[in-house]
Each structure stands twice: as structure tokens, then as C-alpha cells.
Design a binder for this molecule. Structure first.
Ligand code: MN
Length: 236
């Protein structure tokens, strides 16, 4: 029995022990998984692949067990863990995906992405995103000592939560035209993403948009098995 699993938005940090343990139990239960897609914001912050935090070590160890069982692991960066790189993923054979990637799901080409790019009404965020995705900015940040990067990550989180609390609900959600344009550009009838914390399956003229949920005391996953897709919620 082989299956594909998609999860996102666990926002793991040193303060989310219960969610982290829930993830490891989930992965134990789902031992018969051929592909695991981590679609961004798995971590609340990522300060570089050389991070020596206990969380980074524990997560790599858990993923090594997953990979040892024969599961392929793929990672899409979110707006929190946008500095995730190949060096860390290589510790457990994980592969870094482009921000927008087309894969086969239920024998159909499907776009998978974190989802922040779909929230195109939030122009302030897109401007910020362009800055932090600039290779020069990233090189400069990654050259700083870990302690300094940790402080910067904290500052960015505070800025981001202050910005979100001042924004209208609808600009935090996806823009319908951007969804349609993305699906048409990549020639797909299915789009899977996270980020908005609004788990749902949306039928569209052009096919379907599936939104993963964030993890709290309940976790979410999208499961592909026997050519069927199921969006599931479970206690962590
Ligand atoms: Mn996000």
C-alpha cells in the first residue's frame, strides 16, 4: 500500500513540543508512505542550515527514520522557513522544491506550493518577500553569527504578526485571479497549498484548489491513496 502525504504549517519552534511529538507519532503511523511533501512553514523560523538548535537536530533525526523506511521527502519553503536549504535537507535525503512545482497526483499534473504567492492582494508582504528572497540579502544574513540571526528572526516574526493584525481578512486569503492564472500558466486542474490556515477543498471552473490546515491540538494532512484524495484532520 503506497501513498503520498502533504502537510504544512506546523510552525515548529522550541515552544511547540506537543505538535512536534504529534508529528513524529503521525510519521510513525504513516510508515507506508512513498512520498512526503512538506509544503512550507514547517518551522516557525529558519535561521540557516547550520543552526545547531535541538529542534533542528531532533527533526533531522525523525526524518532520517522516515527516509530509512523508504519514504521520499520533499520540502517547499514557506514564508517563515524561507531560508531552508539543501545542506540541511541532505542530512536525511530530503529534496528542496522550487516555490511552484508540478507533480503527478492521482495521475494528473498538480501544482504544489506554499501559498503565500497566491495572496497577491497583500502588496506589503510581496514587497517584503522580494527583499528576503534577494540572493545578496540572504548571503549577507547567512554570514552573520547564529545568535544575531536568531535575534533577526524574532524581530521579523514580531513585525509579521503586527502587520497581519492590521490587515483585512480578505487580503490575507488567496486572490482568485492569481489562482486561476497560476493554474492556467502551469496547465493544471489541481492546486495544493497551505499558508492561509483555511483548510478546505474548493471546486473551481478550472478544477480544484485544496488548502492544507495548520497544526494545533489537531493536525491536518492531504492523503493520496488508491487514486483518491482525502483531506483529513486528526488529534495531534
Ligand atoms: Mn505561511
Amino acid at each position: 500500500m503506497s501513498q503520498t502525504l502533504f502537510i504544512s504549517d506546523l510552525h515548529l519552534s522550541e515552544d511547540t513540543t506537543a505538535i512536534e511529538q504529534g508529528l513524529y507519532r503521525f510519521l510513525e503511523r504513516e510508515a507506508h508512505t512513498s512520498r512526503l511533501f512538506l509544503l512550507g512553514d514547517i518551522f516557525e523560523a529558519w535561521i540557516g542550515d547550520d543552526d545547531t538548535s535541538d529542534l533542528a537536530l531532533r527533526f533531522a533525526e525523525a526524518m532520517t527514520s522516515v527516509a530509512d523506511r523508504g519514504t521520499e521527502i520533499y520540502f517547499t519553503r514557506g514564508n517563515r522557513d524561507f531560508l531552508m536549504g539543501c545542506d540541511y535537507l541532505e542530512r536525511f535525503g530530503g529534496q528542496l522544491l522550487d516555490d511552484i512545482t508540478v507533480i503527478s497526483v492521482c495521475d494528473q499534473p498538480t501544482v504544489i506550493m506554499h501559498g503565500d504567492l497566491l495572496c497577491s492582494d497583500d502588496t506589503d508582504y510581496l514587497q517584503f518577500r522580494a527583499l528576503v528572497h534577494n540572493p545578496d540579502w540572504q548571503r549577507d544574513v547567512l554570514s552573520k553569527p547564529l545568535a544575531e540571526r536568531r535575534a533577526l528572526a524574532k524581530q521579523l516574526r514580531t513585525m509579521s504578526s503586527e502587520a497581519s493584525s492590521n490587515k483585512a481578512e480578505d487580503i490575507m486569503d488567496v486572490n482568485a485571479s492569481t489562482v486561476a492564472a497560476t493554474m492556467s500558466q502551469y496547465g493544471v486542474q489541481r492546486l495544493i497549498h497551505g499558508h492561509t490556515h483555511r483548510p478546505a477543498r474548493h471546486p473551481l471552473d478550472a478544477g480544484e484548489r485544496i488548502v492544507l490546515g495548520d497544526w494545533t491540538d489537531m493536525g491536518w494532512c492531504l492523503r493520496e491513496r488508491d487514486n483518491q484524495l482525502l483531506l483529513e484532520q486528526f488529534p495531534t
